[in-house]
Ligand binder design. Structure first.
Ligand SMILES: Nc1ncnc2c1ncn2[C@@H]1O[C@H](COP(=O)(O)OP(=O)(O)O)[C@@H](O)[C@H]1O
Ligand SMILES: CC(=O)N[C@@H](CCC(=O)OP(=O)(O)O)C(=O)O
Length: 259
């Protein structure tokens, strides 16, 4: 199989805008027609989980950008991420005429997931595993759409941060990785886009409290992937799918994170 596989991670806030979701999948379809690159989508859905837990009267909190996941909440969270979010993404892909397969991190042993930290409950650390199922699907012309739910060797469902899941999958495939979020990239203290972030710059911005929460997790995951894959990782917005080709050609779009 061609080794120019592209992983695009889609932040969950995209699911809150039907218009943006349609535009993105139309953009992805055009991109695939032009570039013929094997593409894998990895998605989040944090806001969907927030809404669902709130609706059920359940409290939820985050530690360093990661959701504390009590074991009795994992069935609900897995339902939201591997169920609703995954199928809503697939639905848009199908509407755009793409042949798609919905997966989680456990399918075909794609990722090895273990408990990250007992204080976080059912939250998984995610390491690259067996990518042969993905290779087969890509060879068959399918678009894999992957949620960030994992299963440990002991059979425990785990909630994995979707940026960490995307980096492990990019490592498993040796693929390029682009993270599309609800912001245009990493912003400085004045809200201006930063075009390039190195490990030193990231450390400085995190220490100053400029990069926080979900973006801190994203930047750390991207720095790890940039180092292990030996290429930069881009963080940009899902609002401008027409800029994807420019971004991949090294153009001035979003933030480039290099190790
Ligand atoms: N320096 C920063 N630049 C941009 N966004 C930041 C920054 N620091 C924190 N954030 C927050 O990070 C969010 C993106 O992270 P997250 O919500 O995890 O996105 P996604 O769901 O796309 O993974 C932004 O919406 C913003 O609120
Ligand atoms: C452990 C952990 O934090 N899991 C995340 C998984 C979803 C996610 O990462 O969604 P976004 O990409 O939309 O942020 C969560 O429960 O919110």
């Amino acid at each position: 199989m061609a080794n120019n596989t592209l992983i695009i991670k889609l932040g969950g806030a995209l699911l809150e805008s039907d218009e943006a979701l349609t535009a993105l999948f139309d953009g992805l379809t055009q991109f695939l027609e032009q570039q013929h690159r094997p593409l894998v989508l990895v998605h989040g859905g944090g806001c969907l989980v927030d809404d669902l837990l709130k609706g059920l009267g359940l409290k939820s909190s985050k530690k360093n950008g990661l959701r504390v996941t009590p074991f009795d909440q994992i069935p609900i969270i897995a339902g939201a991420l591997a169920g609703t979010a995954n199928k809503q993404m697939m639905a848009k892909a199908i509407q755009s005429g793409l042949k798609t397969v919905g997966l989680c991190l456990a399918d075909g042993g794609l990722c090895n997931v273990t408990q990250l930290d007992p204080e976080l409950g059912a939250v998984g650390d995610c390491q690259p595993g067996d990518a042969s199922l993905l290779h087969s699907l890509l060879d068959g012309g399918f678009l894999p759409v992957i949620s960030s739910i994992g299963i440990t060797a002991d059979g425990q469902l785990m909630n994995v941060n979707a940026d960490q899941a995307a980096t492990a999958i990019a490592e498993a495939l040796g693929a390029d990785l682009v993270m599309l979020s609800d912001v245009s990239g990493i912003l400085d203290g004045k809200g201006q886009l930063i075009s390039e972030v190195t490990p030193d710059k990231a450390e400085e911005l995190i220490a100053k409290g400029v990069i926080t929460g979900g973006m801190e997790v994203k930047v750390k995951a991207a720095l790890h992937a940039a180092a292990s894959l030996g290429r930069p990782i881009s963080v940009a917005s899902w609002r401008y799918p027409d800029q994807l080709s420019k971004l991949l050609a090294g153009g001035d779009v979003g933030t480039r994170i290099s190790a």
